[in-house]
Design a protein around this ligand. Structure first.
Ligand code: ATP
Ligand code: MG
Length: 763
């Protein structure tokens, strides 16, 4: 089967071909804070599948860095899920906690390089200082601590001298980075909590951004695949490995779109709420989208893996139709499982002209005739049929048993109704019938025409069974919470009847109960004395037609849904869009590497520059004129690139010289980042040199505290109540004061200085 390669496999293939790595090593890194769900199955299929396809290895790593939420039972559930889906991890199960000591040492190394500091702002202040997407953040005053002081504090954090939240360790990167994640991200926090594996050994725990890249590095991972939400974290991933000068070979992160599915919630937090509130019977409730739930319901691992492969790997988020998963289950079960008979709502039929008993030969696989496999089907005078297979006043087009219309009993005889017996309330309790002795299935010489065959179960030998009819857990496409639950997601039938072979022969684990659906004995509750069957999936998609009902009551706009193509429509192509990014060609790759190596550009800077000729030539010329590489790269990629969408490079009113000048002014802190944008706009309008613009407009950044102090005082005098509130503990107001001072100075005051002054004045 020739299958189009997804973009992740294309990357791996290239990296192996180019000799970047000798072997591909991937990992699946779940946090053991809940049971894995179908989204994790996708990540498992990708990580283990790619390793398998390229003869590499895949690790299973419990990302256990938050002792408050993690438990061994979840780790166990994850291991079970991976095995059940048919994958085997390389070596032992690994844990981020295995590396706590090494991670600690890496953190010490960062401190020694002046690239990390202990911050003592409160959680709230840290959030406030971070700025917003449009406003740069401000650096904490504690960022000025000396290396010695940081080393001492960090060691004392480890020793447990401080309370939770008193200090954190942060990377010293860039508080005005347009990527918010890069604004001095947290690396360690204090948590006096018992860890499921390391007990009380540690009271500081590494954050995901710090632990993940280094754990990948320690394990020799080559390709670190994760979901799109982590796109902005990639810069930290690279920053940490690069700053510690680790590798090559070192791992790189690549993102793919997570699986979203309609009628389903895929968030461990939301699933845990359902469990904790008792809305479902547990993580393995057969309605849950967890691997444990699907497994208990009767889904097969093959069907789930097929589904994961069929949806493809994409770089664009979309919503997969849950019907597609249900199709995958039917597709898998349909050829495999035996057909047997079950009656959900039994109506007694007494065949008056039948005496004694017999055993009929009935194939288990009537859909697959050459396949062997028969059971003896007991038949006698009293049988049960499905209540709805008899109609006293049949509507038009009713093909089953009526007072005037005979019907065939599947694998047996044709019967006709002679008499209807009712109770005092008028409810039918029994049908008296008569059979045609020469109408036996396979040897029918009766010449009687019937329009259909119905299932039945022999009264003397059939077994009572409890049947659990499961349906979708949520009734709307885009469920948010318990209010969207489908009240009919579970219907229990206590007195169904199944034919003898289902209990006594067990030809398979799963069955098709003819005309009803696919069923599986509940692995927790079912016994031979009290059989319980879960409906895995109905025979047809009953939601395709009725799906209107839920949606009308819900006003939510569904995201783009990838609709299932039915099998008849032919194509079996994966439905996900192949969001493949064209690889760099050889020349581009060389440029990319040179920019990374010699100019210290980050991957996301070097890559687009290597690809875009116009930007690249401006970049090279700017460097020759002394521009600061990273700053110039940002200017080009953010500002110039935008302009080049509407004008050609020759039409730009500035050149590399002006750009270089601007980068130097930013670097020397003569202008703020905010002002730099205004200068840029002015440059493209007037073509003036930045120096001149700054001079004319008076936009020079004000760094001198003596000049800023009077403005600070003025602002404080103007807002006496706010000052009082601040002093009473409303620290949120700091941002307000900073904003006021910046406004007064037309955005020219150095925010860091303003911050420091305010802190001093407000004491
Ligand atoms: P949730 O959001 O459901 O709580 P998570 O992302 O917090 O999940 P982790 O245990 O951190 O769960 O995830 C382990 C791996 O599985 C990660 O690499 C993550 O990207 C991946 N993953 C999680 N959810 C999905 C999904 N819906 N589709 C594909 N991959 C997923
Ligand atoms: Mg998570």
């Amino acid at each position: 089967m020739e299958k189009k390669k997804d973009f992740l496999r294309a990357i791996v293939e290239e990296d192996l071909a180019s000799g970047k790595y000798e072997e591909v090593v991937t990992r699946f890194p779940p946090e053991p804070n809940g049971f894995p769900h179908i989204g994790h199955a996708k990540a498992i299929t990708i990580n283990f599948g790619i390793a398998r396809d390229f003869g590499g290895r895949c690790h299973l790593r419990m990302d256990d860095t938050n002792p408050m939420t993690e438990e061994e039972k979840y780790a166990k559930a994850i291991e079970d899920a991976v095995h059940w889906l048919g994958f085997e991890w390389d070596g032992p199960v690994r844990h981020t906690s295995d590396y706590f000591e090494r991670l600690y040492n890496y953190a010490v190394e960062l401190i020694k390089r002046g690239k990390a500091y202990v911050d003592s702002l409160s959680e709230e202040e840290i959030r406030e200082y971070r700025g917003t997407v449009t406003e740069p953040g401000r650096r904490s005053i504690y960022a000025e601590r000396s290396v010695e002081e940081n080393l001492d504090l960090f060691e004392r954090m480890r020793k447990g001298e401080f309370k939770d939240g008193e200090h954190v360790l942060r990377a010293k990167i860039d508080m005005s980075s347009p990527n918010m994640q890069m604004r001095d991200p947290l690396l360690y926090r204090i948590r006096h909590a018992r860890h499921m594996r390391t007990g009380d050994e540690w009271c500081i725990y590494p954050m995901y951004d710090f632990a993940h890249c280094l754990s990948d590095y320690i394990e020799g991972i080559t390709h670190s695949f994760c979901t799109l939400e982590f796109e902005n974290n990639r810069a930290i991933y690279d920053w940490i490995l690069d700053t510690l000068r680790l590798g090559p070979p070192r791992p790189y992160q690549y993102e793919f779109a997570r699986l979203n599915m309609n009628y389903t919630v895929l968030s461990k937090r939301k699933l845990k709420e359902l469990v904790d509130s008792g809305k479902v019977s547990g993580w393995d409730d057969p309605r849950m989208p967890t691997i444990a739930g699907y497994r208990r319901r009767g889904y097969t691992p093959e069907a789930i893996v097929n589904f994961c492969n069929s949806i493809g790997i994409s770089k664009a988020n979309s919503v997969v139709d849950v019907a597609q998963l249900e199709h995958a289950i039917r597709d898998d079960l349909n050829p495999k499982v035996p057909r047997v008979m079950c009656v959900l709502d039994p109506l007694k039929v007494v065949i008056e002209n039948y005496e004694g008993a017999e055993e009929l030969d009935a194939p288990y696989y009537p859909h697959d005739v050459p396949r062997e496999g028969f059971r003896k089907l007991p038949f006698s005078r009293e049988i049960y049929i499905e209540r709805e297979d008899f109609s006293e006043n049949p509507p038009k087009g009713y093909y089953r048993l009526t007072p005037d219309q005979p019907v065939r009993l599947r694998h047996a005889y044709i019967i006709r109704c002679k008499e209807i017996i009712k109770d005092d309330d008028g409810r039918i309790t029994e049908i008296r019938a008569e059979y045609y002795p020469d109408s036996k299935s396979g040897a029918d010489t009766s010449g009687i025409k019937v329009k259909s065959a119905i299932q039945w179960v022999d009264a003397a030998t059939g077994y009572r069974a409890e049947i659990r009819l499961y349906d979708r857990l949520f009734r709307v496409e885009n469920p948010q919470g318990p209010e969207d639950l489908n009240p009919e997601s579970l219907k229990i039938i206590h007195k169904a009847l199944v034919e003898r072979a289902v209990i006594e022969e067990k030809p398979d684990e799963r069955f098709q109960f003819e005309r009803q659906g696919y069923f599986y004995p509940d692995p927790v509750d079912s016994t031979d004395e009290h059989p319980v069957f879960n409906r895995i999936v109905s025979l047809k998609d009953s939601w395709a037609k009725k799906s209107k009902r839920g949606e009308e009551s819900s006003k939510r706009v569904p995201e783009k849904v990838i609709k299932t193509k039915s099998k008849k429509e032919g194509k079996k192509e994966p439905l996900g869009e192949e969001g493949r990014v064209a690889p760099l060609d050889k020349a581009q790759q060389e440029i990319f590497e040179r920019y990374r190596r010699d100019l210290g550009l980050r991957e996301e800077q070097a890559n687009p520059l290597a690809r875009d000729e116009a930007l690249r030539s401006l970049f090279e010329a700017g460097i020759k004129r002394g521009a600061v590489p990273a700053t110039l790269a940002n200017l080009l990629l953010n500002e110039v690139a935008r302009e080049l969408k509407s004008v050609s490079p020759e039409e730009l009113r500035y050149g590399p010289g002006e750009l270089a000048e601007l980068t130097k002014m930013i670097e020397e802190e003569r202008i703020s980042v905010k002002i730099a944008k205004q200068i840029f706009e002015e440059m493209s309008r007037s073509g003036e040199r930045p120096e001149k613009i700054v001079e004319e407009k008076g936009w020079e950044q004000i760094n001198d505290p003596q000049k800023i102090l009077p403005i600070v005082d003025e602002v404080l005098t103007k807002h006496p109540e706010k000052v009082a509130q601040y002093r009473e503990g409303n620290r949120k107001l700091l941002g307000f004061f900073v904003g006021q001072v910046l406004k007064e100075t037309g955005g020219r005051a150095n925010p860091q200085v303003v911050n420091e002054l305010l802190n001093r004045e407000l004491k």
